[in-house]
Design a protein around this ligand. Sequence first.
Ligand code: UGA
Length: 430
Amino acid sequence: MKINVIGCGYLGTVHAACLATLGHEVVGVDTDAARVQRLSRGEAGFFEPGLPELLAQALGSGRLSFATEPTPAEVYFLTVGTPQVADGLAADVSFVHAAIDSILPVASLDAVVVGKSTVPVGTAAGLVDKLGGRALVWSPEFLREGFAVADTLHPDRLVYGLPDDPATACRAQNALDQVYESMLAADVPRLTMNYATAELVKMAANSFLATKISFMNTMAELCECTGGDVTLLAEALGLDARIGPLFLRAGIGFGGGCLPKDIRAIIARATELGVDDTVSFLHHVDAINQHSRDRVVDRALQLLGDEPEGKKVTVLGASFKPNSDDIRDSPALEVADRLHDQGAEVTVTDPQALFGVHRSFPHLHTESDITAALTGAELVLLLTEWQEFSHLDPQATIDLVERPQLIDGRNALNPRAWRAAGWRYTGMGR
Ligand code: UGA
């Protein structure tokens, strides 16, 4: 099919490359000319395992190209960002409106428009008039950074939020079924519903994941007060099929461009709808998450004898999670920055994210070599569980540091092995 993907950020770039790999003729559209040039050379501009190979393959096939303006197509995917507004909790949907404005001059009336951006419930219904009869589907995306290619090509489920009019809904569904033909043939579940439900599926999924993490972080604190071990608690909970083993890792909490923003957007939308009490627990989820970061800062200060000035602190990890160079709302960098503010001499190391640290936190010292970063440290904090860090050898590293003190903010290390090697090991709730 002839497809345009409007907005070539994280989601759009991956989606465009994957659709071209599935055999469609895809134009990725972005208003940023420099980004379009870069993408046309096969450079994603961010770290995502498997994406460079996929881009090269798709560009080489001739089925993928990038442009600054939309072109005539059968299906237009909207994949622009919906960041948190600067002065509140709500999501800014202005890029979605701009994306629609940009396609109207070229999209024929029988074109199908598919919204994939994460939007507050009620957004899609408000866009229908603007589309002047073109069919609109809201089909949220569930890909995770670090696994974006696999999640896009082999999703858990496809969600179609369809228009109320049966004939338009049928036309839109047929078009989308054709786009995802190979996935449907591979028995990926496809659920059809109305706009509001589809929008809520995405918001609910991210809120639920955030709630799981904050729940475990409160359990981690209870473990700390009582001598329990939250990693064993999580293992035991996870064996209950009703609970499941994933997203139960306690630590310094969640960050990134999605979970924090989405719980706030759902609070903002519920407030607009006059039902803010219903989701008030999400304020706690957010507060617990922030508290998890505070706890690490407090513990670090304690280990520095409450005299952080001039003390050498090494932070392992800058991205909000491993296998990503995304530093948006990164818990690791917030902790690093706060220790810097307290006067510590903080060095940050990360396998992929140091470029972003230079740009957004120019005052933080960075070091790409782990050995150099650890040398002379009076306190080490592991804050993003990259394999490079979780596989560190406690015996080999102890000789590098000035004082063998370690905070494992992601419970990624074996406490027994680190303590046996002579380290003063502190985990999160264990
Ligand atoms: C999240 C969702 O998982 C995706 O399904 C969704 O499509 C995406 O947001 C989005 O809305 O676009 P992502 O932001 O890539 O994906 O990251 P996650 O894997 O969800 O991790 C979020 C944060 O939670 C990370 O900081 C991670 O370290 C933290 N986390 C995760 C924990 O602290 N504990 C856990 O057990 C799991």
